[in-house]
Design a protein around this ligand. Structure first.
Ligand code: DGT
Ligand code: CA
Ligand code: CA
Ligand code: ZN
Length: 576
């Protein structure tokens, strides 16, 4: 049954879109709010709501009789007729407008009603020629906001953060598996390689008949079908993702997995290697050049083996030395999420976190961590209610009082701002009294390359700094890294025994893969941390681990894979 595979996110999406469309139509605000609330409740509900009956649904606060019926209809048929009727009233491109930063359904409603704007292009024209600012309630500010949002959309194209692409792909793959339980269906492309952003989602299916293509284009989150064929189709789904599905024969599965996982650079080098052995490699298999006899194809391992190579983990397929290592059977034993024993960067309600020290400790224990450091912000970050010296010390005392009480060891740390001149935001004796100091740049991003490099190196040279947080300050798809000589920073960190962080915030992943690899090669110790601002956010270290794998790192390269005492003795403050 179609509804079985519908997860909470998919149901919430449909409810949210009903709210948006009602708002574009200027319908009753209470009705709009009810749908929007329901979408929020369902998206965050811990259980699979598609498996609840109408009575069970109505027991959820915020879900009344009508909403429960609507949700049942979505669970059973994959969509609600009401939703389809609303969609039919508008051109499909109207949804693109809703996804612009800072453009809500109210604005879209006005633009559509007053100016007939239906597409991004029409909106840009209307904003450029002054028609937007002339509208009641809009003005030049709104016009500038809209133009900036369109510009940003264009700049970042349609790329997405890896975890967002992962979630979208997982839901789609689960839906497809629901229609073909015996098939092998997997995401490939940049997503499988763990690249920090993904252009689109590539899915490969084997052992299915062509009817899967029909199910694919009927996936409830599909907004537009871009192309439909027997073995390949492309759709645009909710959230702006393009998804490509390819169906391949079992004898080509390995070759297709290899080909569509890429990267392109890896594939080109692999094909050259095949040529040199008088073989031909393509997405159908590996063949003898002379007579087209198949040599390998059903499995990826078989392809690599026939080319004299060990199977290469997808994260390493970037043509960055993996062929020599695979030929010499010297590929690294890459770190796995379960290798992490500690998490050394997180915030609490003392500054801008959502949970208390105890709540963070309990969540860390539940995740199987052995130790954590509480590292709230320092006073320069006034927006986050940063701690001054006396609050920092009082907070540290509270952290230490909870140490060992919740099945985890606790370190009293701080994320101390590096001021514009490279000095620390808190006094030396305060920093000396803590167990761990992360130093981070959160301001004055505009310094030139030399000034920024000097600033960070001065922080590294500070005797009470143990770790540099998110060393380049980038925000993926939003803010470029600040200008800095990262090689000089890495060398200074190595000299002073200061660890560098791979910050796992999904829009940071900072250090990036090549910097992290360089840091390890220069002898810098690395920690992978969540920078969590809530209990659930502790989970993001899985993305930091992916980044570390792309940097060729093993568990031994990461400081917080060590047992607590060993870890602690490795901190800069405990050396010498
Ligand atoms: P993306 O989507 O920009 O994040 O990156 P990919 O790597 O997923 O690229 P995509 O979706 O265009 O293609 C998927 C894979 O297909 C790619 O990693 C390697 C393979 N591929 C695509 N175009 C070519 C090509 O011209 N030559 C070779 N050898 N492989 C290609
Ligand atoms: Ca792709
Ligand atoms: Ca693709
Ligand atoms: Zn920070």
């Amino acid at each position: 049954m179609k509804g079985c595979a519908l997860d909470n996110v998919a149901i919430a999406h449909i409810l949210g879109e009903i709210a948006d469309l009602l708002e574009i139509k200027s319908e009753n605000p209470f009705k709009i709010r009810a749908y929007r609330n329901a979408a929020d409740i369902i998206a965050n509900h811990p259980h699979h709501v598609a498996s609840l009956d109408a009575t069970g649904l109505q027991e959820i606060p915020g879900i009344g009789k009508d909403l429960a019926a609507r949700i049942r209809e979505i669970a059973e048929t994959g969509d609600a007729r009401f939703h389809q009727e609303l969609l039919a009233e508008f051109p499909p491109t109207i949804l693109d407008l809703l996804r612009l930063q800072g453009v809500g359904p109210k604005t879209v409603a006005t633009l559509y009603r007053e100016l007939g704007v239906k597409t991004l292009e029409e909106l840009e024209r209307a904003a450029t020629d002054g028609r937007v600012r002339a509208l009641k309630g809009m003005g030049p500010k709104k016009e500038a906001l809209i133009l900036k949002a369109i510009e940003e959309r264009r700049q970042h194209g349609s790329r997405h953060l890896l975890p967002d692409a992962h979630d979208a792909a997982t839901a789609c793959v689960a839906y497809l598996r629901g229609h073909a339980p015996a098939a092998q269906i997997e995401a490939v492309g940049s997503l499988r390689r763990g690249q920090e952003t993904c252009g689109d989602i590539d899915i490969l299916a084997t052992g299915v008949d062509r009817s899967l293509m029909q199910h694919f284009v009927e996936y409830p989150l599909v907004e537009r079908i871009l192309g439909q064929g027997d073995t390949k189709s492309s759709v645009r789904i909710w959230g702006g993702f393009q998804v490509d599905l390819r169906i391949v024969a079992p004898e080509s599965r390995g070759a297709a997995m290899q080909y569509f996982t890429g990267s392109k650079a890896h594939n080109i080098a692999l094909r050259d290697r095949a040529m040199a052995l008088d073989l031909k490699l393509n997405e159908y298999g590996l063949f003898r050049l002379a007579d087209d006899t198949p040599v390998a194809g059903p499995s990826e391992e078989g392809i690599y083996e026939a080319l004299g190579l060990a199977w290469v983990p997808p994260e390493l397929r970037e043509d960055r030395g993996e062929f020599d290592a695979a030929a010499a059977r010297r590929l690294p034993q890459l770190i796995e999420p379960g290798d992490l024993r500690g998490d050394l960067h997180m915030h609490t309600t003392a500054t801008d976190g959502r949970h208390s020290i105890v709540e963070m400790a309990q969540a860390a224990q539940a995740r199987g961590l052995e130790y954590i450091a509480i590292t709230d912000h320092s006073k320069a970050l006034a927006m986050a209610n940063g701690l001054d010296e006396s609050r920092a010390l009082a907070h540290a005392a509270r952290v230490r009082a909870e140490d060992g009480q919740h099945g985890v060891r606790l370190l009293a740390g701080i994320e101390c701002d590096i001021l514009a001149d490279g000095s620390m935001d808190l006094a030396d004796d305060c920093l000396a009294a803590l167990d761990l100091v992360i130093a981070s740049v959160h301001s004055a991003f505009h310094l030139d390359r030399q000034q920024m490099t000097d600033r960070i190196i001065r922080a590294i040279a500070h005797p009470h700094v143990d770790v540099i947080g998110h060393a380049t300050g980038r925000l993926l798809l939003r803010r470029a890294p600040f200008a800095v000589d990262i090689e000089a920073v890495i060398d200074a960190a190595a000299r002073h025994h200061v660890a560098l962080e791979i910050n796992s915030q999904t829009d940071r992943l900072d250090l990036n893969d090549t910097h992290a690899r360089l840091a390890r090669d220069r002898g810098v110790r690395i920690i992978i941390s969540s920078d969590a601002h809530s209990q659930n956010a502790l989970a993001v270290t899985r993305w930091g681990v992916v980044q570390a794998r792309r940097a060729w790192l093993t568990a031994g390269d990461i400081l917080n894979t060590r047992p607590f005492d060993d870890f602690r003795s490795q901190l800069r403050r405990n050396q010498r």
